[in-house]
Design a binder for this molecule. Sequence first.
Ligand code: GLN
Length: 533
Amino acid sequence: MKYIFVTGGVISSLGKGLTAAALGALLECRGLKVRIQKFDPYLNVDPGTMSPYQHGEVYVLDDGAETDLDLGHYERFTSGVLSRLNSLSSGQIYETVIQKERRGDYLGKTVQVIPHVTNEIKERILKGGEGVDVLITEIGGTTGDIEGLPFLEALRQFQHDVGRENVAFLHCTLVPFIKAAAELKTKPSQQSVAKLREIGIQPDLLVCRTDRPIGEDNRQKLSLYCNVGLDSVFECRDVEHSIYELPLMLAEQRIDDVVVRRLGLQCQPINIGSWREIVRRLLQPKVQIRIGVVGKYIELQDAYKSVYESIVHGGIANEAGVTIVRIDAEDLETQGTAQLQGLDGILVPGGFGNRGIEGKILAAQFAREHKIPYYGLCLGMQITVIEFARHVLGLKQAHSTEFNQKTPDPVIHLMESQKSVSTKGGTMRLGSYDCRLTPGSRSQAAYGKDLIQERHRHRFEYNDQYRQRLEAAGLRVGGVNPQSGLVEIVEVKDHPFMVGVQYHPEFKSKPNHPHPLFAAFVKAAVEKSQQSC
Ligand code: GLN
């Protein structure tokens, strides 16, 4: 077993998660079995209870773990399926340590950060990597943060325990360009590496985020002052078009060779043909389309991360370039549907809470009436049902009981199993569930099979009491959970593509395996765009 630890210095948002993911991708291209995981120093047990304003998207795993969006990058860039063992926060560690203390597991000892918290971290490193050749662990936050110290101390000890030859440290840092001096500055990197060395960690690889070439002089400076080999200083420039260029950019600088040599890995020469093909398709699309995403966190870069990525994957599948038009649902309420004109497809993603709901319903109505391809994810599926019930069945006050508890027509209501739930955090219907697709449905045609598994994160569901009426009026059921009978997919009949799914398909799409329904949605949007030409 070999271990790579990824840390970050100077500032956050350096793309540490993407660097870890891209390195994982390259090691897979050398035939190695790789897993990537994330340790986060915050005290929340998981990000499930954090607002998108704080944390961006909550990424859900098969086993129902609610995790950091970086795990989304890891799953998109590598083939590994992650589990709750691959996502650790300080909150989880303290929860475990305190439970052990209460049970008397520490036999009367004083419970301390070192060794009890650090031991817990080291154990999770060992567990997270079972069954693979290389485990990459990214540490959230920035070097020097007080709350990150126990993690760094645990990494130092871990290297000491398993031997230097089995552990490599990769440090992501910033090399900023200072306009007044017209120079790139290496000092911040030197200082953040000095900070790591103070703790006893010497980075082996330095990945320098910069907006321009760092040049040979700076490379030598960084090598000398940060004490890393000249071949181990990597330039990570802002990618021009797509994050999927990153593996190619790092492969060009032979980062995989350095890692393979440093860790003494036995593996094959690199084969990055599939990444080249992804980038080729992205850079040379045959058609161009516009997809509107109607949400309430539109101004945030990260709130719908996996949704945006999956739309791009749908584009890759169809050799289509997709421009994503972000539309604030509340604007539709105040300004009407003008913003929806000219779109080739409309997507309503998941969400919670009342704000913007009527705007999303307007978007669904517009898509249905104007026959624009529409794709509703989780809340977006519930919106489809509400809109259809109101405007086709004529149940004017139809709603979800999440938004109106007194509606006479609760077409979406609280799941039976949710009625007794009073705590937040890990209490929704979470993780992977089966869905049996309806023979002859659009979804079955797209997936090309009968039984699928998809990830969930919601409390409310389709109300079966309305099923007969909705189906008779043309809102067909495309798939049902075979165990519980819950309706998971709805499809509007006589429409080019209007599909709502109760799950989150965006958590299972990859650039080299675009999700079948995203591919089908984008295909419908391409057809729509060609009709309007
Ligand atoms: N708020 C809805 C529910 O809880 C939808 C959740 C979601 O879109 N993830 O059922």
